[in-house]
Design a protein around this ligand. Sequence first.
Ligand SMILES: Cc1cc2nc3c(=O)[nH]c(=O)nc-3n(C[C@H](O)[C@H](O)[C@H](O)COP(=O)(O)O)c2cc1C
Length: 239
Amino acid sequence: MILSSVTALHRYLRHTRFKRYLRDKNPLPNNEKVVNRVKNYSRMPLMQLEYTAPTTTLVEALAKRRSAHTFSARPMPQHILSGILTTALSEVHGRRTYPSGGGCVPIESYVLIENVEGFEKGCYHFRPDLGALEYLWQKPHAFTLGETANDAWVKKSGVLILFTACWKRNISTYSEFSLELALIEAGHMGQNIVLSAAAYEASARPLCGFKEQILSELFDLDQESEQIMYCIALGSNGN
Ligand SMILES: Cc1cc2nc3c(=O)[nH]c(=O)nc-3n(C[C@H](O)[C@H](O)[C@H](O)COP(=O)(O)O)c2cc1C
């Protein structure tokens, strides 16, 4: 039977990686019980994000939202990417802009930048607690966004946002339900991103047909304990 890449990904997550983690790490050993709510690449440069709030109302953003088929070759302005990330994913008074099953916040956000004014191309990690990006490392010189998925439109986008699940944060509370909760939370975060993109008149398209192995290696993820759930591609408006 031929499986679509999305179905194959889900099977892989549930039956292979997630189940193995569940078997081996639930309950978590005592020395792993203290869990950070956000990853911290403290030795990497931290970039505060400057932006202006959009004037678009929520109702207007909801009405405008659509998944883009085309992206402009124009670089995305720095303040627009900063605004989308901060308004969609940051903490406000210590509270995230999206709900989380049991408040476990298992989802981390990473950003792969290819074509944004003022940002070096490369791999970044978003800090919701600081409203900032940690610059991780360059991507290989010849590597383009087109290599992250089979969909042809991806290579025309300028940014890929990755949402990963850190199982350690919710598995001791929710056991095998942790996978669904992580997917739902990533969905909330993705909706925040696409609405914010609509408010800033940027183009966005969700992506589940991503190449998991390539992206996990690019971001040096511990593939046993942290898995990519969902991606959103962004770019300048192509219309
Ligand atoms: C969870 C999810 C995964 C998606 N994955 C892909 C994808 O891999 N490739 C793609 O071209 N579109 C993907 N999409 C976008 C859908 O194709 C799109 O939302 C749908 O066609 C409806 O169009 P609209 O968003 O403009 O209303 C995804 C959407 C969601 C919600």
